[in-house]
Write a protein that binds this ligand. Structure first.
Ligand SMILES: C[S@@+](CC[C@H](N)C(=O)[O-])C[C@H]1O[C@@H](n2cnc3c(N)ncnc32)[C@H](O)[C@@H]1O
Length: 234
């Protein structure tokens, strides 16, 4: 497996190709299989689930987002176990998730062998989330942080627990994450580290890693997103 490459492949296949103890930071954002409380709503396309009817931009769809909670947790265990094998001792995992799947993800992260350390918050800011009549707006998503073994203290870094950043529109990916936040998170590991994102989407996390002077490797299964991320990473 060559570094500084974005493969078009299934995450599990790419992860299986990584050598043992070779990655310092897995920074990723898998399909949540979320967007609904019931099987019928979860089975909709990501565009139907995650994009409001008021938004006019049409984004390429992506697949693999329709698992029920049990099979999604099982699937996460599979790829997280490969990530655990490929992580260096003291390596980090930072994985995005929403409120619905947070408990399932933290189960899978620990089941795969990682030590769950905490949860950081992406605050989309008041203008970045639709208001909700009668209740709280869904203004946040979360980053589950875990390590393979003890936290390394030789790299002197302090990161905040809340990152407030509004995404500019139109986005490059339907469920894109903010670039400023990504630039902060890749500071978790010293420059020259190996950063891996097996669900790269538009390449936000790998672009931040490259910019910071890291080696990087990742994959994206959908041809349209693989193509646009490859251009971004060039
Ligand atoms: C939540 S999005 C990532 C968005 C990304 N963080 C960004 O800022 O653009 C998840 C991505 O994983 C891809 N994906 C879904 N299943 C996959 C799989 N089994 N292997 C690799 N990529 C997959 C989807 O096509 C989608 O682009």
């Amino acid at each position: 497996m060559k570094l500084d490459r974005l493969y078009q492949s299934n995450a599990l296949d790419m992860l299986r190709g990584l050598p043992d103890q070779s990655v310092d930071l897995f920074f990723t954002d898998p399909p949540y299989s979320s967007g609904g409380l019931h099987a019928s709503t979860r089975a909709q396309t990501p565009g139907q689930k995650y994009i409001g009817a008021d938004v006019k931009t049409v984004y390429p769809e992506f697949s693999h987002d329709n698992k029920d909670q049990r099979s999604w947790t099982y699937w996460c265990m599979s790829w997280l176990s490969e990530a655990f094998r490929a992580a260096k001792d003291g390596g980090h995992l930072v994985c995005f998730i929403d409120w619905r799947q947070l408990p399932s993800l933290t189960d899978a992260v620990q089941g795969a062998g990682f030590i769950w350390r905490s949860v950081a918050v992406w605050d989309k800011t008041a203008g970045g989330a639709r208001p909700r009549l009668g209740g709280f707006s869904q203004q946040a998503e979360f980053m589950v942080w875990a390590t393979k073994g003890a936290v390394r203290t030789d790299h002197k870094v302090h990161l905040p627990g809340v990152f407030a950043e509004r995404l500019s529109r139109p986005k490059s990916h339907m469920t894109q994450k903010p670039a400023g936040l990504a630039r902060e998170v890749v500071r978790l590991v010293p420059a020259g580290s190996v950063v891996c994102d097996p669900f790269a989407g538009s390449g936000t996390f790998l672009a931040a890693a490259k910019e910071h002077g890291h080696r990087w490797v990742g994959c994206e299964i959908e041809a349209a997103y693989h193509a646009s991320a490859s251009v971004r990473l060039r």
